[in-house]
Write a protein that binds this ligand. Structure first.
Ligand code: ADP
Ligand code: MG
Length: 692
């Protein structure tokens, strides 16, 4: 399916010279598995060096290239200590070239005593000695190094070096073909952007705003195009008009009146369902806004209309919680609700699972709640016509929308999210969806008292938790988010260590839940907490979304500065759900940057998720990458926030115009646009074209 011209870009990285199993791992860690990925592994920044005759000409902290004569090798007595090579410049100044760890082996070979070498690196002072630690280059002839006074600095992982990755990028670029232009001609001309391949080459060579912008624009255009194609496809499909008679909803006895926002959203959904073209609607509402009830009413409309509805949750914990809540609420209506999660983990074992599968097939089950398992091929439905997707930012936008187009008749889709997305990103994420907003919290909610506390007061905090728990209420303890580089296992280790120490104080009152426990263990842990049997829940961020235990009114978040504001907000939303006053303690580590300080202060100041999202964006600054992998709030890898703000509206219009003129993407430019979709793996957009 993929156009042949793109094949060289999707060649596995092993095909490059020098990539063996040893190098593959660190590359994979950076998400680099194909030529295309290396092409797009753009430099974080560039170093500019100055060639100097002698050290008197160079300043400390400066990046230099200099010719030196090696005089002596000094291994450290202590094995973990540094390995120093002493060398002299042309007028007799002494410099140490310092290596740590395994790098010292190469020093022996690279810097023989008595020889002249060109060394490139950052000049530093250590005590009264000048030194260069781990030089970027050591070469016999200066020529080549002197040519490259400006060099890219790439994001690395353990086991990679700058020269190694630069070499691989060079190979990838050599294999990269020129591709036809997919951007509107006038846009390329006005902005004076280079062609695609040239832009890649330039972006790796030096700071080049035009090249960077062009590459970012490509990504934005691909995303807009794909979303529009899916939307257009969806409009063409025939769904099933669902009109309920209200007989089930009337029997639902909710313990509270609906808020105005809930009533309005339900009406909007009801209006969509009554249409034949399938609904594609996003329900946006801050944590605690009451999305579950809206989803339930929507599903009951479907059941009243004689079809089945499904609710898809991102985790097993959430699926079970929804199941418990919804089963209780619908009891008086007589609608049949079932839970379906990963293999063998359904309550009651495989017999119950079989029964559920049967019930879905013969239509005796009206509503199914579960994880992605509900969409496995082995699960068939008599007539599934309505799908609710909860906390939908956890799923890829593509897959989500694809669901809408699966099967002969497209189901109506309601996606729900509590992630307050900054306005800039709404268009990117949901540009083509209809949106209902729950902009009103249920009455009686109390503000959460949020405090920032230094980690040195840990003992006091533990005593505070003890008093809280002693008073009959429950608490969450969220463990630090460890840097992504350290791997997800580190988060677990931190949680386990904290659990062990809290267990000494709280005994069996404390329970641990993290992402690597089996689904059964996780569910059992959550249930102990939800039932009130356990008083303190120690967790990684698995509790982030949706969990609802109203008696839990204290939340402790360790190393809060490591979390994004949006994520802190989500976490904090786990408390303040009942009528009791709630408290959130943000424990901070030692030294904080100015930004980190402001972010935590902002958490103290406001509870408005949308404001937090906007301010977070401001604080992180336009130039900084969104860190998509951690935060999940941007669907982009290349485009920075600044670029999104600057370029997305144009890219969006560009995509719209192209689709209006050439909806089938069959003109030459349309063909080029298809390549773009494949290049950014938005080919689910292309697949939409086939059906229609
Ligand atoms: P979220 O939008 O985060 O999914 P939930 O649906 O879990 O929120 O609702 C949060 C809490 O608010 C639940 O305990 C729910 O029973 C309660 N709730 C929902 N709607 C109302 C309402 N209209 N009045 C009072 N409480 C409500
Ligand atoms: Mg929820």
């Amino acid at each position: 399916m993929r156009p042949d011209a793109l094949n060289p870009l999707f060649v596995e990285i092993d095909a490059l010279d020098g990539v063996g199993p040893k190098l593959k791992k660190p590359l994979e860690k950076l998400g680099l598995t194909r030529v295309r990925d290396l092409d797009y592994h753009l430099p974080d920044r560039f170093v500019t060096r100055r060639a100097v005759q002698n050290l008197d000409e160079a300043g400390e902290g400066e990046h230099i290239v200099i010719a030196l004569t090696v005089t002596e090798h000094r291994a450290s007595r202590n094995q973990r200590g540094p390995y120093r090579v002493l060398a002299q410049d042309s007028i007799g100044n002494v410099l140490a070239i310092t290596y740590f760890g395994r790098a010292s082996y190469s020093a022996k070979k690279l810097l023989p005593v008595g020889e002249l070498r060109w060394v490139a690196g950052k000049l530093e002072r250590y005590g009264d000695m000048l030194q260069i630690v781990h030089p970027d280059h050591v070469v016999e002839e200066g020529g080549d190094t002197l040519q490259r006074l400006c060099e890219p600095v790439y994001r690395l992982s353990e086991g990679l070096t700058q020269p190694k990755i630069a070499g691989l990028v060079r190979q990838s670029l050599e294999r990269t073909p020129e591709l036809p232009e997919w951007i509107e001609r006038s846009q390329v001309d006005t902005a004076a952007w280079p062609a695609w391949r040239d832009a890649l080459v330039l972006a790796h060579k030096a700071e080049h705003e035009g090249a960077r912008d062009r590459l970012a624009y490509d990504e934005l255009l691909a995303n807009s195009l794909a979303l529009m194609l899916v939307r257009a496809d969806n409009r063409k499909r025939r769904g099933q008009a669902l009109v309920g008679d209200g007989k089930l909803r009337d029997r639902l006895n909710l313990p509270f009146p609906l808020t105005g926002a809930q009533t309005r959203s339900i009406a909007e959904i009801e209006g969509d369902l009554a249409q034949q073209s399938p609904m594609l609607r996003l329900l946006q509402g801050d944590v605690g806004a009451g999305k579950t009830v809206v989803a339930l009413e929507a599903m009951l409309i479907a059941v009243e209309a004689g079809v089945q509805a499904a609710l898809l949750a991102p985790t097993e914990i959430l699926a079970r919680q929804h199941f418990d809540t919804i089963r209780n609420l619908v009891e008086p209506t007589g609608a049949q609700v079932a839970l379906l999660t990963g293999r063998g983990s359904t309550r009651g074992g495989s017999k119950a699972r079989e029964a559920t599968l049967m019930g879905l097939m013969d239509g005796s089950i009206d509503i199914v709640i579960g994880t992605h398992a509900i969409f496995q091929d082995s699960v068939s439905y008599r007539d599934l016509a309505m799908v609710v997707i909860d906390e939908q930012h956890r799923f890829g936008v593509g897959q989500r929308l694809m669901l809408a187009s699966k099967g002969k008749r497209a189901p109506h889709v309601l996606a729900m999210t509590a992630t307050p997305i900054p306005r800039t990103l709404t268009l990117a994420q949901y540009g083509e969806l209809d949106v209902s907003k729950l902009d009103e919290l249920p009455p009686g909610r109390q503000a959460i008292d949020t405090r920032v506390i230094g980690m040195e007061r840990l003992a006091e905090v533990v005593e505070g938790v003890a008093r809280h728990v002693g008073g009959g209420q429950q608490a969450y303890w969220v463990c630090p988010m460890v840097r992504e580089l350290d791997g997800p296992g580190e988060d677990i280790a931190a949680a386990e260590a904290r659990y062990a120490s809290l267990k000494e104080r709280f005994g069996k009152d404390v329970v641990l839940v993290h992402g690597q426990l089996s689904p059964e263990m996780k569910a059992a842990g959550m249930e102990r907490f939800a039932s009130g049997d356990a008083k303190l829940l120690v967790a990684t961020t698995v509790i982030e979304v949706g969990v609802d235990v109203p008696n839990a009114t204290l939340m402790v978040i360790e190393q809060a500065e490591r979390f994004g504001l949006a994520q802190l907000h989500q976490l904090r939303g786990r408390v303040g759900r009942g009528s009791e006053k709630s408290v959130c303690l943000l424990l901070r580590g030692g030294e904080l940057s100015e930004t980190a300080r402001s972010r935590l202060a902002l958490m103290r100041e406001t509870q408005d998720g949308f404001r937090l999202a906007e301010e977070d964006l401001q604080l992180r600054g336009g130039g900084e990458l969104l860190g998509t992998r951690q935060s999940g709030d941007s669907p982009f890898n290349i485009a920075t926030l600044e670029q999104i703000t600057k370029l997305l509206p144009k890219a969006h219009d560009d995509a719209r115009m192209l689709i209006e003129r050439d909806g089938g993407l069959s003109s030459p430019r349309g063909e080029a646009a298809r390549m773009l979709l494949y290049l950014f793996e938005r080919d689910w957009g292309v697949q939409m074209l086939r059906g229609g």
